[in-house]
Design a protein around this ligand. Structure first.
Ligand SMILES: Cc1cc2nc3c(=O)[nH]c(=O)nc-3n(C[C@H](O)[C@H](O)[C@H](O)COP(=O)(O)OP(=O)(O)OC[C@H]3O[C@@H](n4cnc5c(N)ncnc54)[C@H](O)[C@@H]3O)c2cc1C
Ligand SMILES: *[C@@H]1O[C@H](CO)[C@@H](O)[C@H](O)[C@H]1NC(C)=O
Ligand SMILES: *[C@@H]1O[C@H](CO)[C@@H](O)[C@H](O)[C@H]1NC(C)=O
Ligand SMILES: *[C@@H]1O[C@H](CO)[C@@H](O)[C@H](O)[C@H]1NC(C)=O
Ligand SMILES: *[C@@H]1O[C@H](CO)[C@@H](O)[C@H](O)[C@H]1NC(C)=O
Length: 531
């Protein structure tokens, strides 16, 4: 080795040593700051020297596409059990130049609750803050962000079988992230989104202050109900309205091979699904893909529904609104609402309700999700391209979920919460592609498939802006400039896709409550001065 190279290496390694020493120093100061601000916090701090650090880090890291292999590790993970721990985390991160990623259930599709490429950062993990207090006298509940929606459904059912909460389908989803971005599910056509049913909340803001609805004011209270997680503060608890459901509901599932008749049914579904009785939600799930190892291709159209009433009334309704589907009692089950949530989660109605408390397990299937909103029926001709793509050998397994709007969703004004996708839309499409093989080739092939599909769909779905769902986070549609100099023109590209005209108000609120952009990530609302 030549002397110059040796010198260069020596200088380089001295820099590394100095840099590491500086970081170690900063680390010590940061930990001291935390213990000064919160005396009992040390047992809730995980650094890479703690043996449980990596299992905690990956326990809710749900998408191998983003979490394997080169994930930058957080400097520290804090698992607060009290508000004061969150306040200390905010105050000390701010004074020591750390960024915070807030994690409730860890389901963010791009991993933004536990990954940051701008070192150094810490994770505030809210799993210990998961209390649920159901008040059936006043039909309300206080729910902390670390609870899962399955736990919420379970706690409600323990007290009443005729009260419910309108949130998502998968029980492991975290309350904190879910409500921050809207939260839709089976009760949406009757009661709107989870975020539409929030009456109070408390959060820790960028200054470390605890604010409830009254203290935060109506602008910030508006912004946190659907304006996307990780922009405005750490929401710790939500007071929600519970909604009435009958003692008996009916759920149905009708699986069809994707033949000519099934394709016709899907086409016709578009004309009726958003106009049906709001007690009925009938969606369609199209599956495609070409599993390897000789398994049969899985090309199906599965119609699924929840009706708030008995099966006789459901069949009568279907007989008048969509007789072509030929739904019969054999496709349906009468259950309680809580059992219908078990069924929707893939369990049976005989399984114990405790299955709703299932903890998230590490997912080995990498996935990518994208979303679209449809405002006029897609033509038969356009559907042809959809059918062809679902048979493509370029991906292993894909799902298109067509979820109907209408009902209550059409009655809520677009500006009432940041979620602006309301009366204008007939249904939402989500495209999910998943692959188990962890190779660059598999990853690129599957990603290319879903991106090409999305491109193909552009003439048939909403445009200017092309609407998207923030809880199906998709960094393909745009990102903040990592150096913090994002302009309004840049940010609105993705901001208006998620929030329509509400994006402007979100930017104003952000500018007021966090002008220095402490809470930020690739798609956080930027604080910009607007004229
Ligand atoms: C298997 C699966 C099923 C799903 N099903 C549905 C469904 O039926 N309906 C639906 O609407 N969506 C569904 N989603 C999407 C889901 O609603 C979003 O991914 C949601 O953001 C997840 O919340 P979380 O707390 O689990 O995620 P996290 O990853 O913890 O958080 C998501 C985002 O919110 C931020 N955040 C988290 N907690 C807080 C907080 N307390 N305060 C402020 N910001 C916070 C995070 O930093 C991150 O940016 C599903 C997702 C998956 C993976
Ligand atoms: C992690 O290790 C430090 C130093 O030994 C200790 O003080 C702290 O309590 C540990 N954290 C947890 C969660 O056990
Ligand atoms: C329900 O609301 C009423 C009126 O606001 C109040 O007086 C009562 O204490 C509440 N009940 C419970 C259990 O919180
Ligand atoms: C869609 O259908 C497939 C195959 O029938 C099934 O595995 C999947 O769980 C369904 N998804 C939803 C959301 O209904
Ligand atoms: C629905 O239609 C079928 C076939 O026409 C009929 O046999 C059945 O009685 C009808 N059911 C109800 C509840 O109207």
């Amino acid at each position: 080795m030549s002397a110059t190279v040796m010198n260069a290496l020596f200088i380089l390694s001295s820099f590394t040593v100095l840099w590491a020493a500086a970081l170690a120093h900063k680390h010590e100061h940061f930990l001291q700051c935390l213990s000064i601000h919160s005396r009992d916090i040390s047992k809730l701090i995980y650094t890479p020297i703690n043996s449980s650090y990596s299992s905690l880090l990956t326990s809710y890291a749900l998408n191998p596409r983003v979490s394997i292999p080169a994930t930058p590790n957080p400097h520290v993970i804090i698992k607060p059990s009290h508000l004061s721990h969150i306040q200390a985390a905010v105050v000390c991160s701010k004074s020591h130049g750390f960024q915070i990623r807030t994690r409730s259930g860890g389901h963010d599709a791009e991993g933004l609750s536990y990954i940051s490429h701008h070192l150094p950062f810490i994770i505030v993990d809210l799993k210990n803050l998961n209390s649920i207090t159901v008040n059936i006298e006043n039909n309300t509940a206080w729910v902390q962000s670390g609870a899962t929606i399955g736990e919420v459904y379970y706690e409600i059912a323990k007290k009443s079988r005729t009260l419910a909460f309108p949130a998502g389908v998968c029980p492991t989803v975290g309350f904190g992230g879910h409500l921050s971005g809207g939260g839709y599910g089976w009760l949406m056509r009757k009661y709107g989104l989870a975020a539409d049913n929030v009456v109070d909340a408390y959060l820790v803001d960028a200054y470390g202050k605890v604010l409830d609805r009254e203290a935060m004011g109506e602008d910030l209270f508006w912004a946190i109900r659907g304006g996307g997680g990780g922009s405005f503060g750490i929401v710790v608890g939500w007071k929600v309205k519970l909604v009435a459901v009958p003692a008996i509901v009916t759920t149905c599932q009708l699986e069809k091979n994707l033949d000519g008749y099934a394709k016709k049914l899907v086409y016709q579904w578009q004309y009726v699904a958003n106009k049906m009785d709001e007690n009925l939600l009938l969606g369609v799930n199209l599956t495609g893909g070409n599993p390897t190892q000789g398994a049969k291709p899985n090309h199906k159209a599965t119609f699924f529904s929840l009706f708030l009433g008995n099966s006789h009334d459901l069949i009568a309704t279907m007989n008048t609104t969509f007789p072509q589907l030929g739904l019969t009692n054999n496709d349906c089950q009468q259950t309680s609402w809580i059992q219908s949530t078990l069924l929707a989660a893939g369990f049976t109605s005989r399984d114990p309700l405790e299955f709703l408390l299932t903890k998230t397990s590490f997912n080995t299937v990498a996935y990518k999700i994208k979303s679209d909103y449809v405002n006029k029926p897609i033509s038969k001709h356009a559907f042809k391209g959809i059918w062809d793509r679902l048979k493509s050998p370029k991906m292993e397994s894909a799902q298109l979920l067509l979820f109907p709007y209408g009902g209550r969703m059409s009655k809520i004004p677009t500006w009432e919460t940041p979620f602006s996708h309301r009366a204008e839309f007939m249904y939402k499409i989500s495209y999910v592609v998943g692959w188990a093989e962890q190779s660059r080739e598999a990853s690129e092939r599957n990603l290319n498939w879903v991106r090409e599909f999305y491109e193909y769909m552009s003439p048939f779905v909403s445009n200017s802006p092309r609407a998207a769902y923030v809880n199906y986070r998709d960094l393909d549609i745009g990102m903040n400039n990592e150096y913090g100099s994002t302009s309004y023109e840049e940010a609105r590209v993705w901001g208006e896709m998620y929030f329509g005209d509400n994006f402007k108000r979100l930017v104003r609120v952000k500018n007021k409550v966090d002008p220095l952009n402490f809470f930020r990530h690739e798609q956080s609302v930027p604080p910009l001065a607007l004229s």
